[in-house]
Design a protein around this ligand. Structure first.
Ligand SMILES: Nc1ncnc2c1ncn2[C@@H]1O[C@H](COP(=O)(O)OP(=O)(O)O)[C@@H](O)[C@H]1O
Ligand SMILES: [Mg+2]
Length: 255
């Protein structure tokens, strides 16, 4: 018997399942995005300001992405959406399979999945470096001993072991930013969101902070998303997304 899908050889019937094999291969290469944005729109002031104007974007696990655009182009608004710090006017956001707009408790989501590094690093002035870095570990159910161990590990990783008892106001801008990075990473998030992480730093310190973020990305395979208006910073990423007037105007891989 010979037809398209059944072949008989030596009395045994073979089923030609080539199409299924192709599907298997397809499954093998296909990776679900970690982050998917669909037609994201964010309006302010009753719609007179369109900060985001129809963003569609997939970001994959372990990517290092920069988002570049002029001041006012919507970069921070976009990052705030990704970090579930604000909600869009329209559109959908999926992160790690979770529909952010339907999720019940976004504070849990933020604590478990996201590390924030913002330009105004929001370190708490009257807490030591150790205590600042431990903040994301509160309410995680870890023992205080385990919390301290994790914080010490991250503080050492950013090269500030000798400063762990200091208060932030005794540190330089670059050192504070390193504390912010340690804090962002201490709960082992799958995503780090950094908004102009070098914005307030001199060139040399900024380069150190960027190197540290990149090293952390390499070491922990964390998905790193850096917002910047500086093309030199943007070009360090594996992928650069340009936005203008709330829309993506270019999306390219830098290799
Ligand atoms: N809370 C807000 N209320 C009103 N307008 C806002 C608010 N936040 C941002 N905008 C406006 O949205 C646009 C995008 O802002 P933003 O995302 O901060 O840009 P970027 O980070 O690229 O400089 C700008 O026109 C800004 O003025
Ligand atoms: Mg901004």
């Amino acid at each position: 018997m010979v037809d398209e899908n059944h072949i008989t050889l030596d009395g045994e019937e073979y089923v030609n399942n080539e199409t299924y094999q192709e599907d298997d291969e397809y499954d093998y290469y296909y990776e679900e995005p970690l982050i998917s944005l669909f037609d994201l729109v964010k309006e302010y002031d009753d719609g007179s300001v369109k900060a985001l104007n129809g963003i569609n974007l997939d970001i994959f696990e372990g990517e290092f992405v920069s988002i570049i655009g002029p001041s006012g182009s919507g970069k921070s608004t976009l990052l705030n959406m990704l970090g579930a710090l604000d909600i869009p006017t329209r559109g959908e956001i999926y992160i790690d399979g979770i529909n952010l707009l339907k999720a019940k408790d976004l504070s849990d989501f933020r604590r478990e999945k996201i590390g924030f590094v913002f330009q105004l690093h929001n370190l708490i002035p009257n807490l030591s470096v150790m205590d600042n870095v431990q903040i994301p570990l509160m309410h995680t159910g870890l023992s205080s001993k385990e919390m301290k161990k994790r914080a010490e590990e991250m503080i050492s990783a950013v090269g500030l072991a000798d400063k762990k008892k200091q208060k932030p106001n005794k540190l330089s801008g670059g050192q504070r930013q390193r504390v912010a990075i340690a804090r962002a990473l201490v709960n082992k998030p799958s995503i780090i969101l950094a908004d102009e992480p070098t914005g307030s730093l001199d060139t040399k310190t900024g380069a150190m902070v960027l190197k540290l973020l990149r090293d952390m990305h390499d070491a922990y395979n964390v998905t790193l998303i850096i917002v910047t208006h500086d093309i030199n910073v943007a070009n360090l990423a594996e992928r650069t997304i340009k936005i203008q007037d709330g829309q993506i105007i270019e999306d390219k891989y830098n290799y």
